[in-house]
Design a protein around this ligand. Structure first.
Ligand code: IMP
Length: 429
């Protein structure tokens, strides 16, 4: 089992960075396969606490080659800022590689993301305003500029010139704002190109060579399943697929070569941005979860909406990703709770739904039906073996496994690297 994908099972922010950091100890490569710097992966390790947005979470291990795959959209300024920050803390970034096929976020992408959010007014999606929607729209509209284009200044100039004509027409005629300067963007991106050139290369050959050698490869997802443009709460979604299937497309590794898929879920649910969230708690319990777990966006600092574990949405997520196992994070947040709840179905008028609906209009009307379990009322942060967890915590985990139809392989009980419980066998051993 040489290739393992790690994806988010909920609305993002499940703690994927932390899980990848843990598993990366035993692998040879970590490859980011989707999203952009809308992601914020927090890793706490020997170098302190880092909020990574583009650099794969394996960067803290000296043996790991970290690839930003073709499925990622890169903001070069932010990537360079991240590389500088890592280097400033003594982290070796020479093992970082950028796929020449990865698309670039251009100044008009971030600008249009913000303008489009303003235009939506009260119906804004609550995007991170990092240009994600516009960059992935350009990718499929065949208007994109890719990392490899930075290595050929003439090609960069001509692609930028033709795209910018269209973008400036949209900016001036639709949004009534000033046009952007071709020369300024070109010069700025030439400078980025000079600095990023040592990292940019063709990466599929590299990956397939690693596979031939029997290397272990970890594919690192971003965002979460319920933000997927197909299976998420459309249109309140992101613009690249966070699903396990996308780990194949975003790297160039065939689906048959991915042998293990880990879905990361919080022991509760959070969401940042707009859109329905049936188990959202707008009361002191939601506030308690937010404060205990410090649920504020790693990219935007926005407070996250918090609620109980939604097993209907999570079961759907297990299905559409074909999960091998779940990594359950933040179980310790419930340490002082007298009881914990799991949403097992939705009430819709006089009907009971046990499937996650496609239509957000329907989901907005769904009321959660809860099952209440006893809490464990004690700290679990020092526990390292599943059998030593209080019986109530074990029941909670067992019930989640039962309702989601997926085994829980790993449980985190605190923010530090060592605060984990390997519940069942988990790759790599
Ligand atoms: P975008 O990806 O910036 O276009 O934002 C679309 C939606 O996805 C918004 O609701 C964002 O809050 C949400 N989103 C994007 N990235 C993340 C993430 O890394 N964690 C959680 N939510 C995210």
């Amino acid at each position: 089992m040489a290739v393992m994908a790690v994806i988010g099972g909920q609305w993002g922010d499940e703690g994927k960075g932390r899980v990848v950091d843990l598993l990366a100890e035993k692998v040879d490569m970590v490859v980011r396969f989707s999203g952009g710097d809308n992601a914020g992966h927090t890793v706490i390790g020997p170098y302190g606490e880092f909020g990574l947005h583009l650099v794969p979470s394996g960067i803290f291990y000296p043996q790991v080659t970290c690839i930003i795959g073709n499925g990622v959209a890169i903001n070069p300024a932010n990537l360079l800022g991240e590389i500088n920050e890592l280097q400033r803390h003594g982290v070796d970034t020479s093992r970082l590689v950028i796929s020449d096929r990865a698309h670039l976020i251009m100044p008009y992408h971030t600008l249009l993301d913000g303008l489009e959010e303003e235009r939506r007014g009260g119906k804004a999606l609550g995007t991170t305003r990092r240009g994600i929607g516009p960059v992935f729209a350009d990718k499929v509209a065949r208007l994109g500029i890719r990392a490899g284009d930075l290595l050929d200044k003439d090609a960069l100039y001509s692609r930028l010139k033709s795209t910018l004509e269209l973008k400036n027409a949209i900016l001036t005629k639709v949004y009534l704002v000033s046009p952007l300067s071709l020369e300024e963007i070109y010069e700025q991106y030439c400078r980025y190109g000079e600095r990023l050139a040592p990292y940019i290369r063709e990466t599929t050959d590299m990956l397939h060579e690693a596979l031939r050698k029997g290397n272990l490869i970890l594919l690192e997802g971003a965002q979460g399943t319920l933000l997927d443009p197909d299976f998420g709460t459309y249109p309140y979604v992101t613009s690249s697929s966070p699903l396990a299937g996308s780990s194949s497309l975003g790297t160039g590794i065939g689906p048959m070569q991915i042998s293990h898929v880990v879905g990361v879920f919080k022991a509760y649910t959070t969401r940042v941005g707009s859109g329905p969230m049936p188990t959202e708690l707008r009361d002191e319990v939601g506030e308690l979860i937010r404060e205990k777990a410090h649920e504020y966006g790693a990219t935007t600092g926005r407070p996250r909406r918090c609620g109980w574990f939604d097993a209907v949405a999570s079961r759907f997520s297990v299905q559409v990703n074909g999960l091998s196992e779940i990594a359950l994070t933040h179980l310790d947040i419930f340490d002082a709770f007298p009881s914990v709840k799991i949403c097992t179905a939705y009430r819709l008028g006089d009907k009971v739904l046990d499937r996650f609906p496609a239509n957000v209009g329907v989901l907005e009307k769904c009321q959660p039906i809860y099952e209440e379990l006893a809490g464990w009322r004690g700290p679990i942060g020092e526990i390292r073996h599943f059998d030593e967890l209080p019986i109530e915590a074990r029941h909670y985990v067992a019930r989640l496994e039962e309702i989601t139809c997926c085994p829980v392989g790993l449980i985190s009980v605190g923010p530090k690297r060592e605060q984990v419980i390997k519940a069942k066998s988990m790759l790599p051993q």
